[in-house]
Design a protein around this ligand. Sequence first.
Ligand code: C2E
Ligand code: CA
Ligand code: CA
Length: 547
Amino acid sequence: MSGLRLSWDASQPSVSGEAIRTGEPVVGRQLASDPLLAKWRSGALRLGYAAVSALPLRGGDEVIGCLTLVSSNEDAFDAIEVALLQELADDVAFGLATLRTQAREAEARQTIRRMALHDPVTGLPNRAAACEALAAAITDATPRGAALCVLSIHVARYDEVSDTLGRETGDALLRAIVQRIEGIAAPAPHGLSRVGDDALLLVVEGDAERATDLARRIAEALYPPVERAGLSLDARVAIGVALHPRQGSDPEELMRRAKVAMYRAGIGGCALYSGPHDDERRRRLALIGELKAAIAGGELMLYCQPKVDVASGRICGAEGLMRWCHPREGMISPSFFVDLAEHAGLTTPLTHWVLETAFCERSRWHDAHFDLPLAVNVSPRDLHDPKLLDRVRALIATWGIAPGWMQIEVTESALMEEPDVVIERLAALRDLGIESMIDDYGSGYSSLRYLQQMPVSSIKIDQAFVRRMLSYRESAAIVHSTIELCHTLALRAIAEGVEDEPTWRALAREGCDAVQGYYVGRPLPVEDFEAWAMASRFRPAASTRIQ
Ligand code: C2E
Ligand code: CA
Ligand code: CA
C-alpha cells in the first residue's frame, strides 16, 4: 500500500476518510465495485486485494486516526472478525491516546521548568537556574583544576529608565544590553543569566586575566547608549568579578563576592574581588542598609559617662554617647556607625534621635531632682544644617528644658569648615541656653584666631594626649599648653581618657578643671546613670550645681 495518499477530506472520498470523519467503522467494502474505492481500484486489484475495512481509532471524544485493513478475500470481514478488529482498534487508540497525553505532560513539565528557571523578559536563565548552573560548573571544573570567573553585572540605569520611561523601555534597554554582552562573551559555556531586576551574571572558564579582559570588553561595548524611540538610553554597567577556586567554591558566596566587587567598580568600571578589604565593605554595606531601620526600630541606646570636677571631686556633668545594639553584631561603636551614617546620608535622622532622647532623659533627671548638665555630640554636618536650631527650639519647648541643662560637643576638626557659620550657630545655641565645648582638642588644626572667637565654654583635651601624658614628654607638653591656653581664653579645660589615679593627680597639678575617663566611670545606659552617680564616691553635691 506504499504510495497511497489518503485524505479525510469529504471532497476526496475514501474508506479511511469516511471512518475518520464519521467516527463509525466502514466495513467490507468491495474494491471491485465500491465508488469510495474508485481511486485505488486498479492498483489494488493488481496487487490482489478484494475488500477493505476502516475502523476509527477513538480516543475519548475525538477520532485520532484509523486502522485500515485490506484482504484478498471478498468476504473476509464478517461480523465476528469486525468485532475483534474493533477491539484491536480500541486498544491501539487507547495506547496512542496515552502516548499523546504523556507527550503533552512532558511538554507541560518542560514549559513549567522553563518558566521556573527562565526570565521571561530576556529569555535568560533566572537566579535559581544560575545557581544550579554555577554549582554544576564548579563540580565540573574542580577535578580538572580549571578556574572559573563569576562576573556580576549591574545595569546601572535600569531602575531609573523603568521608573521614568516605563517598564517596557527598561526591559528593552536590558534586552539590548544582553545582546551586546552575548556578542562579546560567546561562546561562554555556562553563560549569562538574569539574577535580579538589574543584575546579570556571567560565568566563564578562565583566570583573573581572562575575567578582567572580558569585563573590560563588556564595559566598553556598553559605553555607547542604546537608541530607542528617539531616546539615547545609558547602557553602562558596573562589573565585579570573583574567581573560583581562589575566592570561594560556594555558588552563593561567589555571587556575593562578585557583587561586593561590583559596588566598588562603579558605573562603567570593573573590579576584582579583593578579599578582606571587600568583606569589610560588605559588612558596611549591610549595616548601612540596616541603620535606617535601627534608628526607627529602637536598636539605638543612649549611654552616659560622668565628668568630674577636679577641685571638688564631684560629678559635674555627663556626656551622652550613642550605642547601636545590633541583633547580629552586638554592640557597635558610634565611631563606626556615625561615620557610616554620614556616608548613607543618615546623619540627620541619627542626630534627631540622639537629641530627642537626650532632651527627654534630661527632663526626667530634672523631675528626679538630678540636675546635671548633659552633653550631646553633634557632627560637623549637623552644625551646617539650617534646621538644627529650629529642631533644638522645638525640643526645648517640648521638654521644658531650662538654660544650662543641655550642652553640645563639637570636634575641633569641625570648627574650621566655614568657621564663620560655626561661630554663628554656636552663638545662636548659646542664646538658647545651650553651651558648647570643643571636643578632641589637639586632633585638629584650629587656628587661634578663630578659637578666640568661638562662643564655647570649655575645651576637651583629646584622650590620645591625656593617656600618654605620663609616658611621653610631647603629650605632657600638649596637655600643659592646652590647659594654659584654656585659662588664657577664660575657658574650662576638661581632660578625656583619664584611666588611672596618677594621671588624675598630674592633671590636678596642671590645674585641669574637670576630667572624664574610665578612672571615674565607664559609659552606662542612661537609665542606670543616676543610681550609679548617687552611689559613687564622686557623688554630685547635694544641690547639684549647673556649671
Ligand atoms: P568622643 O566624643 O570623644 O567620646 C569619648 C569616647 O571615648 C567614647 O567612645 C568613650 O566611651 C571613650 N572613652 C571615655 N573614657 C575613656 C577612657 O578612659 N579610655 C578610653 N580608651 N576610652 C574612653 P565611644 O562611646 O565609643 O564614642 C566614640 C565617638 O563616637 C565619640 O567620641 C563621638 O565622637 C562619637 N559619638 C558618640 N555618640 C555620638 C552621638 O550621639 N553623635 C555623634 N555625632 N557622635 C557620637
Ligand atoms: Ca564627645
Ligand atoms: Ca572626645
